[in-house]
Design a protein around this ligand. Structure first.
Ligand code: FAD
Ligand code: EPU
Length: 335
């Protein structure tokens, strides 16, 4: 295992920010990871670097997760339990499931990054979240290097939330994730543009493969490809507000993009709509800005630094607050 020094992190984050790490190592086994942790108290674990904004050089060791392997653990009449190592790429894992007709993750197609980061923020898209198929995960405790199993309840999943972003922040490294997938898939096509896309594709026989392809098409049409324009997906979370606040805004802005929440009178508001209303959509300053097709995505056109993007995000937060009295919160991890 090689430990490199003074490495540029630009290839390791989808924002394409050029900061450096004092040290860098990629690990392919749990034993290597343990050895690295034992000798390097200041570390940052990364998968695909698709949910990180680097704002400065990292003065410890960056550990790139390359634990690989996908295996079926067991089968029941209706379910199949599939375990993926944390360094597997999420979308490749989705394709593995779609090809075998294991249902439950097809709506989460084309989300960048690795399996190990998926539980961190309970990834979600097109009406489905990781928690819907999650069974267990294994994680390494970074202080005593012991390995623990977490159930869905232990993980305290919420909207873009888990215990690993709160109480257990920096305390565990996720090693593998096991999902409970359906052998007879049920289809989730109620969200947004999926139905329209399936019609456009002239799908006569609904399948998880068709849903996966529809999601891929929709995502390609509005989200920038990080290989072409640096970004980390949605920069902010969609905020929730109370009913009274919502009714006040709805009266003033009848077009407000909002969603009902299950078992709650609160509403979720589309942050992209709020940001667009403040005039930011397509905004460009030098080599960074706000994506022209999706105002929730901040972009690096090449050579921008993380501080500039962070400052832009602060200006957006201020203007959304001034106009709507709504406080946006970053979804991206700022390092
Ligand atoms: P990284 O960015 O490498 O890490 C993210 C965080 O998790 C960091 O704090 C890191 O330290 C920590 N971490 C990483 N691996 C581990 C581990 N094994 N154990 C413990 N901590 C770890 N997200 C969605 O939810 N839905 C979307 O639809 C979506 N669309 C996106 C579209 C684009 C174009 C992009 C660029 C991003 C999108 N994202 C989306 C965000 C991102 O893809 C997800 O959050 C993804 O799960 C991040 O995976 P990663 O491996 O790149 O994580
Ligand atoms: N909208 C605008 N202007 C914009 C963008 C959006 O008005 O510039 C409004 C439109 O009304 C649109 C609505 O917002 O219908 C929702 O937009 P979209 O379907 O693009 O979804 P989103 O709420 O902006 C969320 C997730 C995405 C996920 C999609 C699809 C968050 C923070 N983002 O975006 O996740 O892919 O839904 O489910 O919840 C990510 O987390 O990185 C991410 C990309």
């Amino acid at each position: 295992m090689t430990i490199a020094q003074h490495i540029s992190l630009r290839p390791y984050n989808t924002f394409g920010i050029d900061v450096s790490a004092y040290e860098f190592a990629a690990f392919t086994s749990v034993d290597d990871l343990k050895a690295l942790l034992a000798n390097h108290p200041r570390y940052l674990i990364i998968g695909g670097g698709s949910n990180i904004l680097f704002t400065k050089d990292f003065d410890g060791i960056v550990l790139k997760n390359e634990l690989k392997g996908i295996q079926v653990l067991r089968e029941e009449q209706d379910y199949i339990y599939v375990q993926a190592a944390a360094g597997e790429r999420w979308h490749e894992f989705v394709l593995y499931c779609v090809e075998r007709n294991y249902g439950g993750v097809e709506n989460l197609s084309l989300i960048p990054g690795c399996v190990g980061a998926a539980p961190m923020q309970n990834i979600g898209a097109y009406g489905v979240e990781l928690k819907d198929t999650f069974y267990t995960l294994e994680a390494l405790r970074t202080d005593d290097l012991s390995i623990h199993t977490f159930t869905g309840e232990d993980c305290q999943f919420g909207y873009r939330e888990s215990i690993f972003k709160k109480e257990y922040k920096h305390q565990y490294i996720i090693l593998s994730v096991t999902l409970r997938l359906k052998k007879q898939p049920d289809f989730h096509i109620e969200y947004g543009a999926i139905k329209a896309e399936l019609e456009k594709m002239q799908v006569s026989h609904l399948s998880i493969g068709a849903i996966s392809q529809a999601v891929i098409n929709i995502r390609n049409s509005k989200l920038p490809n990080p290989k072409e324009i640096g970004n980390a997906g949605s920069f902010f979370k969609n905020p929730t507000i109370c009913e009274a606040h919502f009714l006040f805004l709805k009266n003033k802005y009848p077009q407000i993009a909002a969603y009902d929440l299950a078992h709650s009178t609160y509403k979720k508001i589309a942050a992209g709509w709020l940001i667009e209303q403040c005039g930011w959509k397509g905004f460009r300053q030098d080599n960074y800005g706000v994506h022209a097709k999706q105002a929730l995505v901040l972009v690096n056109y090449g050579g921008a630094n993380g501080e500039d993007i962070l400052n832009l995000s602060r200006q957006i937060i201020e203007s959304v607050h001034a106009k709507f009295s709504i406080q946006l919160e970053a979804e991206v991890n700022i390092v």
